[in-house]
Design a protein around this ligand. Sequence first.
Ligand code: NDP
Length: 472
Amino acid sequence: MAQVGLIGLGVMGASLALNIADNKYSVAVYNRTAAITHDFVANAGELQSRLTACETLQSLVENLDRPRMIVLMVTAGEVVDAQIDALLPLLEDGDIIVDAGNANYLDTRRRNERLAGSPVHFVGMGVSGGEEGARFGPAIMVGGDAAVYPQLEPVLKAIAARYNDAPCCAHVGPDGAGHFVKTMHNGIEYADMQMIAEIYELMRTVTGATPAQIGATFAEWNSGALDSYLIEITAEVLGAVDPDSGQPMVDVILDRAGQKGTGGWASIESIAMGAPATTLIEAVGARAVSSLLTERLQAAPLYPLALDSEAQSIETLKPQLEKALLAGKVCAYAQGFAVLQVASKDYQWQLPMAEIARIWRAGCIIRSSFLDDIASAFAPGDLPNLLQAKHFVAIMSNSHQSLREVLSIAIKAGVPMPALSSALAYFDGYRRERTSASLIQAQRDFFGAHGFERRDREGRDFHGPWGMDYDG
Ligand code: NDP
């Protein structure tokens, strides 16, 4: 009999099954296409003895210790509902279905509600780290009933990544909390990647440096404040050469970015919750604009811009670029965590902010020591926004001027920096005592009699001396 069941032997499922087996748990595996199941077990080398290939869901269920733990690692969406429907008649009291794919948290909330009255438990769980993470240690964000978590905890902590020996796995809240946290992780990932790409593009345009030279700069930064997995892989990617053409690999790759949806979900939720994560949203938008390849090619000759782009040396610009990227990163993470805080309140999830930062320190795509500082900032428990934490106030005070200077170079050179620009706008909006919102309120009252608050009196329903009753 096996201790864990796993359904779906695609990229993630196969790696996760091997990771579980590597940690001395026996795993019964099932895949819709049975040939894949048999090939998978046959090629599992010394882990084969801990794997049981099952051709049907019935045999998977029969091969599991009770209460059963069955992990779904299939395509998100309807496939998950179909798998749950197929499993339910086969399961018994106390069995647990864990959806480890990238579900939309609203689907997870719906599934949780659906199974709330049934004897079978449902747990939505976010897993980050891609194929390698799944195989050797991902970051794991568990949702669902807190009472069910202890049954999953030993396996999950065994397979999770470790940071200073602490497993990057935690129960973050009930129902859809795990998938929500994973969604926000991905939103931050989009922003981080986009900001790195913007800095790369500026370096390329205004310094004329080669991808390899720029890669070397990223490699240097990786031993400073920007030290992170994404900077590390950027350095490696920029140093790579296409074996067929001898060109830098990055020049051979078509400049049209794809997306699977989680960045969009993070953006939509941030707007819906009134905590707009503008840098995350811009990162999603930038990918969408990049995908308009045909239109971009048509538009380029329409605007033969004569730009005031002074040549700059990479050596001179480097320190400013590093600080600019760091400032942008602080703002993007501040936005992502602000969304988590609002969601936590709205859904009464009580998301453990410091713990979330801790479990992202290793295993996941945004892993970095920077997250260790975020965990420390949230540890006291009463931080309204990362931009108010002492450590980050010091970073921003030392770097926002560089971000301004870098952005002005980019604007003059016609290099789009939507994510970094929005990061600075968020910072400037957040730190201002007075904003232009009084004018917005006046405009709203003028055309819609929406009323406003006054600085000098109590009350919420004052109107201006506009003298019109216009309902535009
Ligand atoms: P793959 O496309 O590699 O695998 C999909 C799996 O789902 C396969 O086992 C496939 O079976 C199965 N499947 C698809 N359609 C059906 C169906 N109609 N009925 C039954 N089984 C079906 O995907 P990944 O492994 O990359 O992703 C799995 C989940 O993990 C997704 O939710 C994804 O978003 C998430 N994820 C992916 C990450 C990544 O880096 N790839 C990172 C983190 C999460 P078959 O072999 O028969 O086609």
